[in-house]
Design a protein around this ligand. Structure first.
Ligand code: SER
Length: 588
């Protein structure tokens, strides 16, 4: 069965619409109001408040196709299926249907919509451990669909899904396609890596709540959270098995062959790294919350990806600046579903070009230095100080040095590197790495107060400087808020004082913060602030109103009354990027 990218997307959304699901848009790939993660890693992540019991405006049955980035796989990219960016097709039950319905629908979708034969399927179910029992229910549901016992495997590995910091969690059942290769041995099962089985889908049954002491409690509100990898499924359906051979990458792959004069099939690893990393970079830059390359957090990941792509271009003997040309193919391919890429195209192209120029100044000298380092390496390891020197002087991110070292079977002392790095950076890199691992979105009361403070501050800034002032980003932790907005000059001390006083005045007025659900069109008609980029009309949004001060479309959560916020104090006002100012403030 040959399926196109468009068809696969439609098959997914239409199937779940036929099961009364509302199609919701993909959230930003840069999480909003969540300082615990750098990128959106799964469709469920922006839905955490709803999985915890908050009512979703679109109902109890949701489906979407979410832009995701998982950077822990950076080093794996180069084979036929690992990607740093991917689209996750997902569906959710928020306390509605559960295991039996979901397994029956999974079977129906795989066999009737995607055309897999029942005999090709293999599934895993949770084998049970000290905390939770064996998932016999899921296995019975698969048997009810006609799967034989030799197609149902019980494991504990990869059969539990939850967030690092607790919250809703439960056993999952993963679905694999048996490609027909002989078993690699008597213990061959879907979780082994012999290549017989390819994972396509994961059904998570969130039936427990993990408490702070680690114990589990049964949830009265049981959820389903599923995710299917779009690229892998497409590759499998079309028989190539290689995600880079799907139509998704076709234009970019052919462009790279044309530019380099080299063939993909003869240069698999550099081609794959360039194609993957560039696509991810385009989605980070092209997001409506997009950020430029930098030395911290998301910007640092972006910088690593772009620089690794540049080095792999050099491996293909491409020394011209070609990233924007390749990026053009990515924008063209995706703009129909992600119009933000077209909207932010200039930013994408400018930043890629700037980064290419910046790195070009040091990469040649750095590569020479690297040759010397490799020649004098002892005990098969580059010490941390040297790795830091390569970073600091030549702009070689750690992963970049590691990649080159690995080609010579040499390791890098990462702890040593981190020590040097931490000594030189105000922001600990380890702290940033921590955020890749994901975690429960921060919904503490204090953070809710900070969210409300950003709304008040934005309203006052617009009163002061006019409606061209718009929020460009925010980052909130329970300790402080950071708020970026469009404005083209430094604020004066008097203006800052006025702003602070006005925000405190609104706090002093003890105004109730109210929330209503509306369609986007209604919200827009009422003049609510927000990004009106959603694609699905059925989608309802939350509109938070603070008296006559502010009205904004926002996911929340918020304070219930401005009087709860405490005293607002501005710590700093500075430039964030061209035409964007940043205010750091605290509530005391
Ligand atoms: N959250 C689950 C996963 O990422 C299902 O979407 O696999």
């Amino acid at each position: 069965m040959t399926v196109t990218y468009d068809e696969l997307r439609n098959l997914w959304l239409d199937f779940f619409k036929s099961k009364q699901h509302a199609a919701i848009p993909s959230a930003s790939v840069l999480p909003e109001n969540d300082a615990t993660v750098l990128f959106t890693t799964a469709g469920m992540q922006p839905l955490v408040p709803y999985l915890m019991g908050e009512k979703h405006p679109a109902g109890n049955r949701l489906a979407n196709i979410q832009k995701c980035i998982r950077t822990n796989d950076i080093g794996e990219v180069g084979d036929h299926c690992h990607l740093t960016f991917f689209e996750m097709m997902g569906n959710w039950s928020l306390g509605d249907y559960f295991k039996n319905e979901m397994i029956a629908w999974s079977f129906e979708f795989l066999t009737q919509k995607l055309g897999f034969k029942k005999e090709q399927l293999a599934v895993t179910c949770f084998a049970g451990d000290a905390n939770a029992p064996k998932d016999e229910e899921a296995a019975a549901a698969w048997r009810a669909q006609g799967l034989q016992d030799n197609q149902i495997f019980f494991t504990t590995e990869d059969n539990w899904w939850g967030l690092a910091d607790g919250g809703p969690c439960g056993p999952d059942s993963e679905m694999y396609i048996d490609g027909g290769k002989p078993a690699c041995g008597p213990n061959c099962n879907p979780t082994c890596s012999c290549g017989k089985y390819t994972e396509v889908w994961n059904d998570v049954f969130m039936q427990y709540l993990k408490k702070p002491d680690g114990s589990l409690e049964s949830l009265s509100h049981k959820n389903v959270d599923t995710g299917m990898g779009l690229e892998r499924t497409l590759a499998f359906l079309n028989g190539e098995g290689d995600v880079f051979m799907t139509e998704i990458f076709e234009d970019c792959r052919l462009k790279l062959e044309e530019i380099s004069g080299k063939k993909y099939v003869e240069n698999l690893v550099p081609f794959r790294k360039i194609l993957d990393h560039l696509r991810t970079a385009v989605f980070v830059l092209g997001d409506d919350r997009g950020i430029p390359p930098s030395n911290t957090d998301q910007g640092y990941v972006l910088r690593r990806l772009i620089r690794i792509a540049i080095r792999n271009l050099k491996k293909l003997e491409v020394n011209d600046f070609v990233l924007p040309k390749l990026a053009e193919c990515v924008v063209e391919k995706y703009k129909k579903y992600y119009p933000e890429l077209e909207r932010n195209k200039h930013f994408i192209m400018d930043e890629l070009e700037k980064e290419e120029q910046l790195f070009n100044r040091t990469i040649t000298a750095g590569l020479k230095e690297m040759e010397k380092v490799l020649a004098r390496v002892q005990n098969g390891q580059i010490d941390g100080q040297t790795a830091f020197h390569l970073y600091d002087t030549y702009g070689f991110p750690l992963e970049f040095t590691q990649e080159m070292a690995a080609e010579h079977n040499v390791k890098v002392d990462t702890d040593g590197f981190n020590k040097c790095y931490e000594a030189h950076q105000e922001l600990s890199r380890k702290g940033a790495e921590q955020k890749f691992k994901g975690g429960l979105a921060d919904h503490s009361e204090k953070s809710a107060h900070y969210h409300t403070a950003t709304h008040i501050m934005q309203a006052i800034l617009r009163q002061m400087f006019g409606t061209t002032v718009m929020q460009k980003g925010s980052n909130i932790t329970p300790e402080r808020m950071r708020f970026d907005f469009s404005f083209d000059r430094k604020m004066t001390p008097e203006e800052l004082q006025y702003l602070e006083e006005k925000v405190n005045e609104v706090i002093g007025q003890k105004i109730p913060v109210t929330c209503e659900e509306k369609t986007l069109a209604e919200a827009q008609a009422e003049g609510a602030l927000g990004l009106f980029t959603h694609k699905y009309d059925a989608e309802k949004v939350k509109v938070y109103t603070i008296g006559t001060v502010s009205k904004e479309v926002c996911g929340g959560p918020h304070a219930t009354n401005t009087g709860d916020l405490g005293h607002f104090r501005i710590l700093k006002e500075e430039s964030s990027s061209a035409g964007v100012r940043r205010i750091k403030a605290v509530l005391e």
